[in-house]
Design a protein around this ligand. Sequence first.
Ligand code: GUN
Length: 288
Amino acid sequence: MAIILNGNELSARKREQIAQETRVFAAQHGRAPGLAVILVGDDPASSIYVRTKKNDCTQVGIRSFDHHLPEHTEAEEVLSLIKTLNADGEVDGILVQLPLPAHIDTQEVLLTIDPAKDVDGFHPYNMGRLLVGEPTILPCTPSGVMYMLREHSVEIKGKDAVIVGRSNIVGKPMALLLMMEHATVTICHSRTRNLDQKIAAADIVVAAIGKAEMIKGEWIKEGAVVIDVGMNRTEAGLKGDVSFEAAREHASYITPVPGGVGPMTRAMLLENTLVAARGHQKNRAAKT
Ligand code: GUN
């Protein structure tokens, strides 16, 4: 029976550490770190995520600045807001909640964010730095997964890792981070053939495909580590991408949904904001 990687516990410890470091930052610089959160439209899931992120900020002493724009907002207006926030000395991090409405070009929006304030790590500059093995700000979910693995001393070097999902937010950066720790990485996706066989050969499985319980417990190799990034709303409640009850019979470690990767992702956003704030202060000091 697998050991549960408890994201609520691990993230509570992380948030406590961030709260303490935030107090030190505020005492040194006479201001708290600041995170601007932009939400365009009223997607119910996005609205919940944004509210949760703002509450997390308050809990650790980070100021959050709320920018809720109507669904039909012109792209130009969103870009103009980002430029204003880029120049705002109180704002250390800028988060644009995705997905954006279809009439707005997501890549153009992400490109407009100052890479130093890109606390999601989605700007092509930050993604590129990760690609060449010189990471700056890391995307929150993959970074949270690595934190969980480290905290449980999960061996990565030389292991076969299979990632299911090729998104810019999770799959691709996850592959790069595991590769940096010397795993042999396979990225699978919706068109992959014989997914069950690929998963059966994996020492580490990261599921980020967005389909409830698509990965069957019987596919999991004995002793494999299973990380479930899925958050699928079903009639039976929130479900991961992995069939949890069956998978835990085979895995050595497994993350539950909810209470696994989700809270860890949120904690890493706070850490990224604090790191961005420190960088911001350093830049300011260098200019004066
Ligand atoms: N939408 C789903 N996940 C994320 C995330 O990590 N960051 C942002 N900005 N939007 C998201």
